[in-house]
Ligand binder design. Structure first.
Ligand code: TXA
Ligand code: MG
Length: 315
């Protein structure tokens, strides 16, 4: 399918129908989820999935998350467990991805799993994502719809700016509510936090009545969310700034004087929703340096700090 022109589709039944048809024909569609915009292809179509990597310029050893409409569909592709059911009951649909053993005859493209014997799977809550997945009827592989290493998109214009001309269509569903990616939990042996995200790890620990093993180090996993430098704006990023240096673009949190504020009231949920919007906006100001206020390391604040540390990592 030619993709020199990217169609912008409305988030209505007609737009969703067109998007599903493009996917079924092996095309690439970016669609809104409650976390960030995804760049979708049918997960069983090797060529379509390969085009995701090409469009993003993404190293092909990074596995992708398969998105499905319901647990019944998920269970066709992965070996289900009691722990998976507990987490699905508590947090799906929502910003949580589970890594489970993939069934040998799943039909999922090995490009999606990067050849691993496991598959990351998630049921998004966003109504547009949900309707699209229902209409497709099977798993849609979708990383965040940004060029590899750049800031994740939280509105359709971010996708157009980063990948316009490289994808067949973008469904414009407005701003993403959560604003950063799903929490990833590995359920291959001990429940393990692989990436902090939209569901606070504490909430998962409460449901499972255990302490999650932590494995978010860059070496142990093949996760771009786990590559040390990621989500990077053009400028260098300085964290935990309690004073501002001359010439810095100032990204504040709480009651501080700054250029853009993640949450003037110090609300972490609001800060998460604003994080990538504000980083995109600061990126557009083409400064050399961005300084960021300290963010409390609790609840979704852990995911915010994780993304900020990656944005600040040396590249
Ligand atoms: O919120 C999200 O999760 C968004 C939206 C679009 O759903 N998607 C997203 O995808 O963030 P992506 O590709 O940017 O990040 C997927 C993460 C990567 O860190 C990848 O390595 C990890 O999931 N992952 C995928 N499959 C895995 C597996 N089998 N084992 C371990 N990690 C896996
Ligand atoms: Mg990403």
């Amino acid at each position: 399918m030619p993709n020199e022109v990217t169609q912008l589709l409305n988030a209505d039944p007609e737009g969703i129908r067109s998007a599903a048809e493009i996917l079924r024909q092996g095309g690439l569609v970016s669609f809104p989820t409650e976390t960030v915009y995804g760049l979708g292809a049918i997960a069983e179509n090797d060529i379509a999935v390969a085009r995701i990597f090409e469009a993003k310029g993404r190293p092909s050893f990074n596995p992708l998350i398969a998105h499905v409409a319901d647990v019944e569909t998920a269970r066709r592709y992965v070996r289900w467990s009691e722990t998976a059911q507990l987490l699905a009951d508590a947090f799906w649909p929502g910003p949580l991805s589970l890594v489970l053993p993939v069934k040998p005859d799943s039909g999922i493209s090995p490009l999606v799993t990067a050849g691993l014997p496991s598959l990351a799977i998630r049921i998004p809550e966003h109504p547009v994502a949900h309707q699209l997945l229902e209409s497709v009827g099977g798993p849609v592989a979708a990383p965040s719809a940004n060029p590899s290493g750049k800031i994740s998109p939280t509105r359709a214009s971010h996708v157009m700016d980063g990948l316009g001309g490289k994808v067949d269509a973008v469904i414009d569903g407005g701003d993403c509510e959560v604003g950063l990616e799903s929490t990833i939990i590995g359920l291959l042996d001990e429940p393990t936090l692989l990436r902090p995200g939209g569901v606070p790890a504490e909430d998962i620990e409460r449901v499972l009545r255990l302490t999650l093993k932590q494995d978010t180090s860059p070496d142990t996993l093949l996760a771009p969310g786990q590559m040390t430098s990621h989500y990077a704006p053009g400028a260098t990023v300085r964290l935990n700034a309690t004073t501002w240096d001359a010439g810095e673009l100032r990204l504040g949190f709480g009651d501080v004087d700054c250029d853009l504020n993640l949450s003037p009231n110090g609300d972490l949920i609001e800060a998460a929703a604003n994080l990538f919007h504000h980083l995109h906006e600061l990126d557009g100001m083409h400064g050399d340096r961005i300084a960021v206020s300290p963010i409390p390391q609790t609840g979704i604040g852990r995911a915010i700090n994780d993304r900020l540390q990656r944005a600040a990592a040396p590249r």
